[in-house]
Design a binder for this molecule. Structure first.
Ligand SMILES: *[C@@H]1O[C@H](CO)[C@@H](O)[C@H](O)[C@H]1NC(C)=O
Ligand SMILES: *[C@@H]1O[C@H](CO)[C@@H](O)[C@H](O)[C@H]1NC(C)=O
Ligand SMILES: *[C@@H]1O[C@H](CO)[C@@H](O)[C@H](O)[C@H]1NC(C)=O
Ligand SMILES: *[C@@H]1O[C@H](CO)[C@@H](O)[C@H](O)[C@H]1NC(C)=O
Ligand SMILES: *[C@@H]1O[C@H](CO)[C@@H](O)[C@H](O)[C@H]1NC(C)=O
Ligand SMILES: *[C@@H]1O[C@H](CO)[C@@H](O)[C@H](O)[C@H]1NC(C)=O
Length: 295
């Protein structure tokens, strides 16, 4: 009976951007969920209309977002689960629930596996794809080039850009925590983020509409949009054009200000790593990101 519901769901939703597969199962491995306490039908509807939902479980209507759940056991009776799969799921109708081919679902008896970020990374949904990110730290203070190498070698990632305010707030909150936690002798701790000053926006070029703020920089983060909104600048920054320095302020970092216990982005020399004393600092880490590995 349930299998029939599943097949109907598939065959009648080909024009929408997602498909719902309803079957029997139980969540096995997950980091978090929301407890919606809805009836099963309302539960499936709630998942259908929420683009971050990937699984709902019948008991208390537990809703799992993409990245929160990695393993669901298949049952042949008992509690129900529904998967919300994106449109580019390929399957031939009628299909068995174990035969679904999707970038978001893989089956190996008796478990379905779903994509999750590596340990300690948090998932962000961007227009250009699913992006896993963490504020990584280092034993030593890092030059910008060393942070790029560390992110690649330790995590297979690239220095992360900052797409929007949600991502900025995530990184800033972590930077504030780390500034309170780390006590190895520097006044403040800074963190490298993605961005390189454009060759067309270097001194003696002066500020103009095409070299003013975030658009003074290019970004190598592969899922960042062309006009990212997450670079929340410290007051009067970036100032590499209005107050040129030697070496030039060609790189970007997330800086912590002790006086306000807050953070913002600043342009700075790529060859900075640490300075001792009361106005000292240490570039203690970096925003590291990588694409969510789909199947
Ligand atoms: C879900 O919420 C309901 C109602 O608040 C509660 O009775 C139930 O124990 C919760 N279940 C879980 C798994 O948190
Ligand atoms: C979708 O679900 C997530 C996780 O439960 C929740 O935080 C978010 O507010 C929901 N979005 C909508 C549009 O209901
Ligand atoms: C389909 O899935 C692939 C991943 O397998 C993804 O790269 C691609 O962007 C998706 N296409 C659409 C139209 O969603
Ligand atoms: C994740 O973070 C914890 C706590 O900081 C750490 O002990 C663990 O080694 C980290 N895991 C990985 C894979 O980096
Ligand atoms: C730079 O942008 C700010 C607003 O963000 C604007 O007030 C200012 O006039 C711009 N400067 C130039 C030179 O375009
Ligand atoms: C990294 O940058 C620093 C400062 O510019 C430089 O001294 C060092 O040689 C560079 N290291 C590598 C491996 O490129």
């Amino acid at each position: 009976m349930l299998l029939i519901i599943m097949v109907i769901s598939f065959c009648h939703t080909t024009l929408s951007e997602y498909q719902i597969m309803i079957t029997y199962g139980v969540p096995i491995t997950y980091s978090d969920y929301s407890n919606l306490s809805l009836s099963w039908d309302d539960c499936v509807d709630a998942c259908s209309s929420n683009s971050s939902c990937i699984v709902v479980y019948e008991e208390d209507c537990q809703m799992f977002s993409i990245g929160q759940i990695s393993k669901v056991e298949r049952l042949t009776s008992g509690t129900k689960v529904a998967f919300r799969l994106y449109q580019n799921t390929t399957l031939t109708c009628p299909a068995e629930d174990t035969l679904v081919e999707s970038p978001f679902l893989s089956y190996s008896d008796p478990y379905w596996t779903l994509p999750t970020c590596p340990e300690n990374f948090t998932l962000f949904v961007r227009d250009e794809g699913f992006w896993c990110m963490q504020m990584a730290t280092s034993e030593t203070c890092l030059y910008r080039n060393e942070s790029i190498t560390a992110c690649a070698e330790n995590y297979g990632g690239v220095l992360s850009g900052i797409e929007n305010l949600e991502e900025f707030n995530f990184l800033a909150a972590r930077a504030i925590e780390l500034n309170k936690e780390i006590t190895d002798g520097y006044a403040v701790y800074f963190f490298w983020v993605n961005g390189d000053r454009k060759s067309t926006c270097m001194p003696p070029t002066v500020q103009s509409a095409s070299c003013n703020g975030t658009n003074e920089f290019t970004f190598s983060d592969p899922t960042l949009s062309s006009d990212p909104q997450g670079y929340v600048w410290l007051s009067t920054q970036p100032d590499g054009l209005t107050h040129p320095t030697t070496p030039p302020a060609d790189c970007l970092s997330l800086k912590y200000e002790d006086s306000t216990s807050s953070c913002g982005i600043d342009d700075c020399s790529c060859a900075a790593s640490s300075k001792t004393g009361t106005s000292g600092y240490c570039f203690k880490g970096y925003a590291c990101g990588l694409q969510l590995q789909l199947f």
